[in-house]
Write a protein that binds this ligand. Structure first.
Ligand SMILES: [Zn+2]
Ligand SMILES: [Zn+2]
Length: 366
């Protein structure tokens, strides 16, 4: 075809194709010449995202909920609350699956776990201890991990996890070398205490003071809650407990993290299970009512609502909710409680973060 036979449209088409070919060739040449650099940059960004924890802003006490559920909702991580300040982390309970959330949350350095505080030895509060020490050890902790708890049972729990994970420690030490994976740093170390008075100071460092207090969660001996003070901010974690007789001792705290049961719903589940012939489930849902904290007064039993009346709180965060917090009836009950409560109420979700900047009154929920 001669040039004069080409239409204007065809000329435009050839020009576009030529330009695209030149651009494509240029891109291929540039990529080929810089392939190693581009590839390395890509990998560096991915590895950075997965492994580097950027430093957090100092002097902000952060509460990170890495586990919020109970044995009755096993598909959600069971109870664990991390308090984090100045890039040091303090773990309160380590329920199953919670370590995965600790790692995936992205702002918590497992090597910088200063201590673990156990409220009691029910499985939904200790199930992830083995994964937690492994994560902390692998990330480079330089000491055994202290595990605080009331009563001798904590020693058994720690000894049991250390024994169960011994083969794992041996294999990793043999593979990576003793100097790199120092065996002692992969151990949990029990720190036992007994609370005989109202509150007992059990831990103190440059960031936090941790006090323990007894809570009614019989028949378990040594069920405690914790009050954490950091500068001028304070947090109380109830652990598992029936409604306490008095909450005067927490008056003025910034955040109360309290467990909850919706007793009318739990009772209805028990009755329904009985009608359906499942006596075991009926019995379990009946039994659990007496050692968890009902929200609203029910059949002459005082609820958290009336017991917290007159207590000054910055925020009430409900956790460990029975039955499942995502059930529509429970959601309605939680809404009713929130609307009747004189306090600001939030229901803890996985990896929800509550920030308390020191020397302020701010409470930021994300
Ligand atoms: Zn529990
Ligand atoms: Zn319990």
């Amino acid at each position: 075809m001669r040039l004069e036979e080409l239409s204007e449209k065809s000329v435009l088409k050839y020009v576009v194709i030529s330009l695209l070919t030149i651009m494509l060739t240029t891109i291929i040449v540039v990529i080929s010449l810089n392939f190693e650099t581009l590839k390395n940059n890509f990998f560096d960004r991915q590895v950075e995202t997965l492994t580097i924890i950027p430093p957090n802003e100092n002097d902000i006490l952060r509460i990170v909920f890495t586990g919020v559920s109970t044995p009755l909702t096993p598909y959600i991580a069971q109870q664990s609350v991390v308090l984090s300040i100045n890039n040091k982390n303090y773990v309160f309970d380590a329920g199953s699956r919670s370590t995965a959330n600790f790692i995936s949350e992205g702002s918590l350095e497992a090597a910088n776990i200063e201590a673990v505080f156990i409220t009691h030895t029910h499985s939904d509060h200790i199930g992830s201890l083995g994964e937690l020490i492994l994560a902390s050890w692998a990330r480079g902790r330089t000491l055994p991990l202290p595990v605080y708890g009331a009563g001798k049972e904590i020693q058994n729990v720690v000894d049991g996890f250390n024994l169960a994970y011994k083969p794992d420690r041996d294999h990793r030490t043999a593979h990576h070398g003793q100097e790199f994976f120092v065996p002692e740093n992969g151990l949990l170390q029990a720190q036992l205490f007994e609370v005989n008075e109202n509150e007992l100071l059990i831990f103190e460092d440059e960031n936090v003071q941790v006090f323990a207090f007894n809570v009614p969660h019989g028949p378990i001996h040594g069920s405690v809650g914790y009050k954490i003070i950091s500068g001028d901010r304070s947090v109380v974690i109830s652990g598992d407990t029936d409604v306490m007789n008095s909450y005067d001792f927490i008056n003025g705290v910034d955040v109360l993290i309290h467990e909850a049961i919706i007793e009318p719903v739990s009772t209805a589940v028990s009755q329904s299970a009985k009608r359906l012939g499942n006596e075991r489930i009926s019995e379990i849902f009946n039994d659990i009512n007496d050692y968890h904290a009902n929200l609203i007064d029910y059949e002459d039993n005082p609820g958290l609502l009336s017991r917290l009346e007159g207590i000054e709180l910055g925020l009430l965060a409900l956790i460990h909710i029975i039955p499942d917090k995502d059930n529509v009836i429970v959601k309605r009950a939680l809404k009713k409680f929130s609307s009747q409560s004189s306090h600001d109420v939030v229901v803890a979700e996985i990896n929800m973060v509550i920030s308390l900047p020191l020397n302020t009154k701010e409470i930021i929920i994300k």
